[in-house]
Design a protein around this ligand. Structure first.
Ligand code: ADP
Ligand code: ADP
Ligand code: ZN
Length: 218
């Protein structure tokens, strides 16, 4: 049983690494951003509430976010652990997650802090394309699809996220620095923070993560 958090700015590679980890562990990857986008496309009440904040590049309020993630991790497939991607993003969310996991007799085992400079974050966000069907993540320059606009895995159409425009990107990076980066200290104090050099190839980042996570698997 292992619960792992992927921490890092927008574009750091959380989704890319989270997918790889989910396969080899194997554990479900729970991405709060993906959960919000699913609610958006299904036009749920929660989706409507979240959209205002997402369009601005701001955080969705804690109550909404925590409730949504709490529901998700109470599902049976999350019983043996979770790879958290993009959650928690505030200290209040981190405290809520500690309580939720404690109720299940679990705790955060590792926080992988994927370090990437601001310039590289912007470069990555600018070229990000995502599959509309399976969610696979591509990059125009760094990991392009084989046939332009078509997902290698499932044949779905690729799209650029609406919030991946320059203004919102800069906003999200600032929000990360102000509201999310304090989680580094929060988890450092708990002794679970592991710094990962995010400015390497996806394979090299994955190898560093594997080395950090392997000892936790008994
Ligand atoms: P990125 O991959 O660029 O880091 P995400 O897909 O994780 O972005 O998140 C997209 C947007 O969804 C955020 O800008 C924010 O509005 C909302 N969001 C996602 N996760 C959270 C969270 N844990 N708390 C509040 N808002 C969130
Ligand atoms: P996050 O979930 O943290 O916002 P993503 O996993 O969506 O980040 O990655 C953002 C963009 O950067 C995507 O286009 C992805 O293909 C690309 N990317 C991810 N990891 C790397 C890497 N190590 N080197 C180069 N590009 C990367
Ligand atoms: Zn696909």
């Amino acid at each position: 049983m292992v619960d792992i958090i992927l921490l890092g700015g927008p574009g750091a590679g959380k989704g890319t690494q989270g997918e790889l980890m989910a396969e080899w562990l194997p554990l479900p990857r729970v991405s709060s951003g993906d959960l919000f986008r699913a609610n958006l496309s299904q036009e749920t009440e929660l989706g409507k509430q979240a959209k205002v904040y997402m369009d601005r590049g701001e955080l969705v309020p804690d109550e909404i976010t925590i409730g949504m993630v709490a529901d998700r991790i109470s599902e049976p497939d999350c019983a043996n652990g979770v790879v958290f991607d993009g959650f928690p993003r505030t200290v209040a969310q981190a405290e809520a997650l500690d309580d939720l996991l404690a109720d299940m007799g679990r705790q955060v085992n590792a926080v992988l802090n994927i370090e990437v400079s601001e310039d590289v974050l912007l470069e990555r966000l600018a070229g990000r394309w995502t599959c509309s069907q399976c969610g696979e993540i591509y990059h125009r320059l760094f990991s392009p699809e084989k046939v332009e606009g078509v997902c290698d895995k499932c044949g779905g159409a690729l799209y650029q996220r609406e919030d991946d425009n320059r203004e919102t990107q800069l906003r999200r990076i600032r929000v990360y620095q102000e509201q999310t980066s304090p989680l580094q200290d929060y988890y450092q104090e708990k002794g679970v923070l592991v710094d990962i050099d995010g400015e390497q190839s996806p394979e090299a980042v994955a190898a560093e993560i594997r080395e950090a996570v392997q000892p936790l698997l008994v």
